[in-house]
Design a protein around this ligand. Structure first.
Ligand SMILES: Nc1ncnc2c1ncn2[C@@H]1O[C@H](COP(=O)(O)OP(=O)(O)OP(=O)(O)O)[C@@H](O)[C@H]1O
Length: 322
């Protein structure tokens, strides 16, 4: 659950910039993550997601702005608290487990010297369901199992913030979807505060309370998943979440998804055109229509069970669901 807006955020980033050499990679980034909530930073490859996570974890210096964790300034205003004193559990891409240590010792790594270490490790092994594999080494685990160990290792010391860098990107799509659901439940039940970076919109929509869209090193939009999907701030943001048409109907520009449009026979109101191509997409057919007025092609989804028009057929595109 997202904490009420009045609650002090666990992570706060204000007007932060980061550069490599003379090149600015992140500019004026603002971000707040409420305690116990999950924020996804979504953007295409190279937009600066990993850099953002590394700056929060203290692995990159910032060139402007402030980062605060649990109300304490950790970067900026003349301070740079080292990574090991930030209370951030980072799960890098590919997990980065210690290959020579067993699952149990990997999970307990951050708890060395602490009382109750054994019980805490057992608790985490239970949480991620790796009982039978506790004495194995990472080399003999599957990709999904390794990710669960990496997550358990980050959760073990109960850090103020967990940072996940593309946690599922190395997995095939079936496993990715399954593990995503499992990890979502795990994170919720652990009560962790999470900053997840991903280029996969499905991951951001499925897991996050709040999505931050990062494009070219700048925050373009922040909102709940439903809000970003249904009311993107601009075409680039909308496009990240799936096919989107930009079309002019009755003199007005609309951003509409293929399933928000229908096809009708000619002779009624709408945008006239002819069918250019049809693709079968499993749950539906995607019909590409070339408008007669010269606008770019418009994609319209029609149910898989519906009548499929042949290429060349004259049609009218109308707003509304079929
Ligand atoms: N150590 C570095 N030195 C110089 N430039 C870097 C360094 N690390 C990253 N960059 C550049 O900074 C930009 C942002 O990189 P970053 O890894 O943060 O992006 P990303 O969104 O995480 O991409 P990906 O999804 O591909 O990992 C890229 O243009 C990258 O080439």
């Amino acid at each position: 659950m997202t904490a009420p807006p009045s609650a002090a955020p666990m992570l706060s980033v204000e007007e932060m910039s980061v550069g490599y050499g003379r090149r600015t990679v992140l500019a004026d980034v603002d971000l707040r993550v409420a305690s116990g909530s999950i924020t996804a930073v979504l953007g295409p490859s190279g937009c600066g997601k990993t850099t953002l996570l590394r700056a929060v974890a203290g692995l990159e210096p910032i060139t402007a702005g402030v980062i605060a964790i649990a109300g304490r300034t950790v970067s900026g205003a003349g301070r740079h608290v080292p990574p090991e004193r930030r209370d951030v559990g980072l799960v890098p891409q590919e997990g980065a487990l210690f290959p020579h240590l067993t699952v149990r010792r990997n999970i307990g790594f951050g708890l060395r010297g602490r009382a109750g270490r054994r019980e805490r490790v057992d608790e985490l092994i239970d949480l991620v369901g790796l009982h039978d594999l506790a004495d194995r080494r990472p080399g003999s685990l599957s990709g999904g199992q390794r990710q669960r160990v990496a997550l358990a290792r980050a959760l073990a010391p109960a850090p103020a913030l967990i940072g996940l860098d593309e946690p599922f990107s190395a997995l095939d799509s079936g496993l990715r979807t399954r593990l995503r659901a499992e990890v979502g439940v795990l994170l919720r039940s652990s009560g962790a505060t999470v900053l997840l970076v991903t280029h996969d919109p499905a991951e951001a929509l499925a897991l996050a309370d709040q999505v931050v869209v990062l494009l070219d090193g700048r925050v373009h939009q922040v909102g709940a998943p439903e809000e970003l999907y249904t009311a993107p701030a601009d075409f680039r943001v909308g496009e990240l979440f799936g096919e989107l048409n930009r079309l002019t109907l009755d003199g007005e520009v609309h951003f509409l998804r293929p399933h928000e449009l229908t096809l009708a026979r000619t002779g009624i109101d709408g945008l006239p055109g002819s069918v250019a191509a049809v693709e079968f997409r499993g749950s539906h057919h995607l019909v590409s229509v070339a408008p007669t007025d010269g606008q770019p092609p418009v994609a319209v989804a029609i149910p898989a069970t519906g009548e499929v028009p042949e290429p060349g057929t004259a049609v009218v595109v109308r707003a509304g669901r079929s």
